[in-house]
Design a protein around this ligand. Structure first.
Ligand code: NAD
Length: 498
């Protein structure tokens, strides 16, 4: 007789440097590939949020007054420990998200380690204007100080990377943090917090509360005793988070949804554009805020582009995400698959032609076939709304003005790409497409030194890079009188005579 072993029950929160379970309901982390639980943990309760914020507040002074070199040393050690824990982090990420093991091994975990390493260095590079006598009567200087206690809420699509992108610049700046990961993917965030403790991060500087958005998320976003709220997730929830933070006037930073255009001019390398669009639309099963979703293709290349994309999509291997030969894993949940399938099924009613895909394969798990929809109308749902699945929609354009117009005809503005061998077209696209990142002849790559963040409905502020560090720092002007006189020159505006 075989026995089925139960998954381990974990403490759902990490508060004041230790795992904490306060008896909330047990929640199962489910593999999207099998539908079976891979771990169970106790959900945090709103009272745990209070405890985590208090812990972060108490730890703030010590961490924010540590020298940049001291903070840097802890973060560098964390990068080393995370690198050494790669196998565990990959296993957790693949189990809880269903992403292919090659993606977790070559992108999620090494990208996160590099980002931690980057912020270990960035902690020692605080910049500002030179001190000087700008008024003539004073010496002015700039101080950069930690914003304070940071509340962070993250999504399920890249759980480790999203945690690192938010937590590391905050720690480098000297802030303390309370993070709420998505309740369906908490594992790698909890592991990151444990590794940070092992690296020497003082208790209370990095706290995790797991739980649903409706209770733990709203409690954290609207907490009076945090100083800043940072959020990565969908646009509607981001706006609710901003409204909750605005009640207290807290600083906010939002990384929200996207609907990235992929513009193929008539002089483009067609094979590169075809392969790039499939890679760019299917990465992480299309559950990527920067994924290529709207291909806008020059009329002369249109038919060959559509045929080529369908052919490449047809060769993609769907299957067990733990198998290194798998290209495409499942969508995150059956409910999310139903949402994606519903949008695809409605597309023909709005003029779209499903060229390939549009179906879920037989069997367990929330898999969905790579899907190409051609000839979509500009007002159709699949052209305008974020699908967050392995779906590429295609339209043609008439001239360069029309291409740029279509690229910009969206409320979102996170990422875009232009495919051309003409340097002037490339320059124009990079200047005129309204998005936080414009790639030329590629789509998706990111790098720790460069910022990530959107415009419009995609949010504001930056993750990664030195720009992200600045989000977590307040600028203070210190102005010191150097005259030593009672009758200062500007007093003439107050006193006619004394
Ligand atoms: P989501 O907005 O549903 O949830 C994100 C987080 O917010 C989760 O932790 C959730 O529990 C929490 N939450 C839900 N309701 C809340 C509330 N009322 N108050 C406070 N917190 C609440 O997003 P998701 O489905 O987890 O992730 C997918 C979305 O994230 C997509 O729209 C994608 O484009 C976006 N995303 C953006 C970026 C970026 O950098 N711009 C990166 C990754 C994902």
């Amino acid at each position: 007789m075989t026995t089925v072993s139960s998954p381990p029950v974990l403490a759902g929160s990490w508060i004041d440097g230790a795992p904490v379970s306060t008896g909330g309901p047990t929640h199962a982390v489910v593999s999207p590939a099998t539908g079976r639980p891979v771990a169970e943990y106790q959900l945090a309760q709103p009272a745990d949020v209070d405890a985590a914020v208090s812990s972060a507040r108490a730890a703030l002074r010590g961490w924010s007054t540590a020298t940049p070199a001291e903070r840097s040393a802890v973060l560098a050690k964390l990068a080393k420990l995370a690198d050494e824990a790669t196998a565990d982090l990959v296993a957790e990420e693949v189990s809880q998200t269903g992403k292919p093991v090659r993606l977790a091994t070559e992108f999620d975990v090494p990208g996160s380690v590099d980002n931690i390493d980057f912020f270990a260095g960035a902690a020692r590079h605080l910049e500002g204007k030179a001190s000087g006598e700008y008024s003539g009567d004073h010496t002015s200087s700039i101080r950069r100080e930690a914003v304070g206690v940071v509340a962070t809420i993250t999504p399920w699509n890249y759980p480790l990377q999203m945690a690192v992108w938010k937590v590391l610049p905050a720690l480098a700046a000297g802030c303390s943090v309370v993070i709420k990961p998505a309740e369906i993917t908490p594992l790698t965030t909890l592991t990151l917090a444990r590794l940070a403790g092992e690296a020497g991060l003082p208790p209370g500087v990095f706290n995790v509360v797991t739980g649903s958005g409706a209770d733990v998320g709203t409690t954290l976003a609207g907490h009076a005793d945090v100083d800043m709220v940072t959020f990565t997730g969908s646009t509607p929830v981001g706006r609710r988070v901003m409204a909750a933070a605005a009640v207290h006037g807290h600083r906010t930073q939002l990384e929200l949804g996207g609907k990235a255009p992929f513009v193929v001019f008539d002089d483009a390398d067609l094979d590169a554009a075809i392969q790039g669009s499939v890679a760019g639309s299917l990465i992480n099963t299309g559950q990527d805020c920067t994924a290529a979703t709207r291909a806008i293709v020059a009329r002369p290349l249109y038919d060959d582009f559509v045929a080529g994309v369908a052919e490449v999509m047809g060769k993609v291997v769907i299957g067990d995400p733990h198998d290194p030969d798998t290209d495409l894993g499942p969508l995150i949940t059956l409910a999310h698959r139903a949402k994606v399938a519903g949008m695809v099924e409605r597309a023909p009613g709005e003029g779209g032609r499903i060229v390939t895909g549009g179906v879920a394969p037989e069997g367990p798990g929330s898999f969905y076939r790579p899907t190409l929809i051609a000839d979509v109308s500009e007002q159709s749902e699949v052209w305008r709304d974020e699908i967050f699945g392995p779906v590429l929609a295609v339209r043609s354009f008439t001239d360069d003005d029309d291409a740029i117009r279509q690229a910009n005809d969206t409320a979102y503005g996170l990422a875009a790409s232009a495919w051309t061998r003409d340097v002037y077209r490339a320059q124009r696209a990079s200047r005129e497409i309204h998005a936080g990142c414009v790639w030329i002849n590629d789509h998706i790559p990111i790098i720790s030194e460069m910022p990530h963040g959107g415009f419009g409905a995609s949010g504001f502020g930056k993750d990664m890079s030195q720009y992200s560090l600045e989000e977590y720092l307040s600028i203070k002007h210190v102005m010191s009188d150097i005259t030593g006189v009672v009758d200062k020159a500007w007093h003439r505006t107050i006193f006619t005579k004394r």
